[in-house]
Design a binder for this molecule. Structure first.
Ligand code: B12
Ligand code: SF4
Length: 583
């Protein structure tokens, strides 16, 4: 586990939307129109264990039109602090998969993002995406499912079972599918599980399915054959990104994207105990990232981007090059873009990089602080001092970045760590640190023993993880306790404490400050007869207050949803179960 590293999240900021016009990519391969799909016959489900020739025949479209691959990013189980962000962005992984399929001769691809699903998207009586109608409108021959977020897995299985019953082949991929979860997926409506990066794999799978080819030769997949799981060899990680097409966001139907996710580096060498991102970092060229961003500006009028990489600037020379390319581009065309990056705290010392980032349009830095408690840091064998962390955070703040602080509250310490602190004292430390470090927005989440991580392994060995039959995958979003914390804390206390820290930061009172901002607008804007300066000052305060008040609304909504559910009963049951099994 690594201190001051990013924790893989986007800041929850009040973004305004950039209206986007959905433009469908012209097909190069075939002229089959989508409207023709409405009349197509349902293609029967391809049984993973069935005869190869039969499979090939079933997948052939009688009208000779392109087949359709639909990839779905499943809805979050309930409203949470990411719902607002999810509503204006989309998941990049499935866009990459859809883009790869769209390149394949004989195939069309589309993506449905259930978290960003707007006008024209059919809904059922519960108001959620209606896949039955979607299927009637455009029959998908194969459906892909994005399992990148464990909390969405119950919904993913629900969708998979629907399509499977409708005779459609289902393929799932994403970070959740590790260890025993692979077999679990195959029992829950998934025909093929893909492990690892999917751009090449999906093409190989579809070619194999259509041609009746043997899946055994495709590395990185698992499926059932005669009721037994077949797991093929490991897939090599992609090394050459230049050969991949740029992710095509026009394939995302019914969505309005305001913030475009951009990927530069895959993998991360840091190996944090709680994280599923593994393997040596593999960067694409800065030129490719530049091409992607400028393409989106020019074809989709995009302005806001989130570079999803976990450690911006780790390839320093290349980061400086990208920043320069972006700065020059914006000067040349007279348009400003806004970037959010995840970055290490100690990059604050690199003033050349910070300056280049500002010029390139990096407005927000998301920083993983982990803990502000010195003893806790020491117990984790980290030799950073909270005072140093505050100093570095303030450098970002003073350099004009919006600092989004990401904290993990109550990280379970190694068994030999002799450190205990009463809950109220911990809360006080967090609050004080957040106030002093110039943090503009904050997220305080509980540690999640994610599938496939060393943290899950350690806590499972110690018998501390609640059974997921009781505390299901839908609770794996950082807002719920998933394991018994270090004594003397209890799971309930941990959850409440994290909420209290957030509750102090995002408060109702900021509404009055917003009101004051509105009233003081004329005075501030014409401040010193310098409209630009006045506007900047006014806007900074206004935005700050709106964010804090917006955060309060979000927390309140979350709490209302929480009260409607029965998590406390489940927690009680899970705790009793752990106590009973004696672990
Ligand atoms: C952007 C991001 C977000 C965004 C959007 C998430 C989304 N994708 O919809 C937001 C801010 C909302 C978010 C929130 C959270 N996130 Co987040 N996030 C990321 C991040 C940084 C980038 C994701 C990405 O775009 N990757 C790049 C693409 C190209 O890779 P990919 O998604 O893995 O897709 C490839 C393969 O997996 C595969 N594949 C994926 N799907 C499919 C489907 C098929 C059919 C096939 C064949 C292949 C395939 O092929 C793809 C292309 O190669 C990742 C870390 C990371 N580096 O991946 C974490 C990550 C996804 N987040 C994570 C977590 C835990 C969270 C939070 C709980 C907060 C937290 N504590 O960190 C919340 C959860 C919100 C919720 N409701 O549950 C974990 C998820 C692990 C898990 N098992 O759940 C990750 C992996 C980081 C980690 N700590 O390990 N996150
Ligand atoms: S392993 Fe890398 S991506 Fe994961 S939390 Fe650590 S620094 Fe971030």
């Amino acid at each position: 586990m690594q201190l001051e590293l990013t924790e893989n999240c986007i800041p929850r900021i009040l973004f305004s939307l950039t209206p986007q016009i959905q433009s469908r990519k012209m097909k190069i391969m075939s002229g089959a129109s989508e409207s023709a799909r409405g009349n197509e016959q349902a293609t029967p489900h391809v049984d993973a264990g069935g005869a190869a020739a039969e499979k090939g025949r079933r997948l052939k479209d009688p009208a000779g039109a392109n087949r359709l691959f639909r990839i779905i990013s499943p809805a979050y189980p309930t409203f949470n602090i990411y719902s607002h962000v999810a509503d204006v962005t989309t998941s990049l992984g499935p866009v990459c998969i859809a883009t790869a399929v769209n390149q394949l001769s004989g195939w069309d691809a589309e993506m449905i993002d259930e978290n960003n699903y707007r006008r024209y998207g059919p809904r059922n009586h519960d108001g959620i995406p209606d896949h039955e109608t979607l299927q009637r409108m455009r029959h998908a021959d194969v459906v892909g499912l994005y399992g990148g977020l464990t909390s969405t897995i119950p919904r993913l299985y629900e969708i998979a079972r629907f399509y499977r019953e409708a005779g459609v082949t289902t393929i799932a991929g994403g970070q959740h599918f590790a260890g025993e979860n692979i077999a679990e997926a195959l029992q829950n409506g998934i025909d093929i599980v893909m492990i690892g990066e999917g751009e090449d794999a999906i093409q190989e799978i579809l070619v194999a399915l259509a041609g009746g080819g043997d899946k055994k030769g495709i590395p990185g997949i698992a499926y059932l054959e005669d009721g037994k799981m077949v797991r093929t060899g490991e897939r090599m990680r992609i090394a050459d990104f230049e050969r991949l097409p740029l992710p095509d966001f026009s394939l995302v139907r019914y969505a309005r994207i305001g913030i475009y996710p951009i990927n530069w580096v895959r993998g991360c060498g840091m190996n944090c105990e709680f994280c599923t991102v593994k393997g040596k970092p593999r960067p694409a060229s800065p030129e490719r990232v530049f091409r992607h961003i400028t393409n989106l500006v020019e074809t989709r009028d995009a302005r806001r981007f989130f570079i999803v990489d976990d450690l911006f600037g780790q390839f320093r020379k290349e980061a400086l090059r990208l920043c320069k390319l972006l700065a020059d581009y914006q000067d040349a065309i007279g348009v400003r873009i806004e970037l959010t990056v995840q970055i290490r705290l100690d990059k604050a010392r690199d003033s050349e990089l910070l300056l280049a980032m500002r010029r390139a349009g990096v407005a927000t830095v998301a920083i993983g602080f982990e803990s502000p408690i010195e003893d806790e840091l020491r117990a984790m064998e980290k030799n950073l001092k909270p005072e140093e962390m505050i100093e570095q955070s303030l450098i970002y703040h003073r350099s004009g970045f919006h600092v989004h602080g990401m904290f993990i509250f109550g990280y379970p310490l190694p068994e030999n760590a002799a450190f205990q602190m009463p809950m109220h004292q911990r809360v006080r430390h967090f609050r004080r640190f957040i106030r002093r470090a110039g943090i503009d927005t904050v997220q305080v989440l509980l540690p999640i023993p994610l599938p496939g991580t060393e943290l899950r392994e350690r806590l499972t060995k110690q018998g501390r993880v609640f059974s997921h039959e009781v505390i299901g995958w839908e609770y794996y979003d950082g807002n719920f306790p998933i394991f018994n914390p270090d004594p003397p804390a209890t799971a309930e206390e941990m959850q409440k404490a994290a909420r209290r820290i957030m509750g102090r930061f995002y408060r109702f009172n900021y509404m009055f400050a917003v009101g004051f901002n509105v009233l003081s607008f004329p005075y501030m804007v014409f401040y010193l007869h310098n409209i630009r300066k006045g506007w900047r000052m006014w806007y900074t305060h206004f935005r700050h207050n709106v964010i804090r008040f917006g955060g309060w609304l979000t927390l309140r909504k979350w709490l209302n949803e929480y009260k409607k559910g029965n998590f406390p009963d489940k927690l009680d049951k899970a705790q009793k179960e752990l106590a009973r099994t004696g672990t």
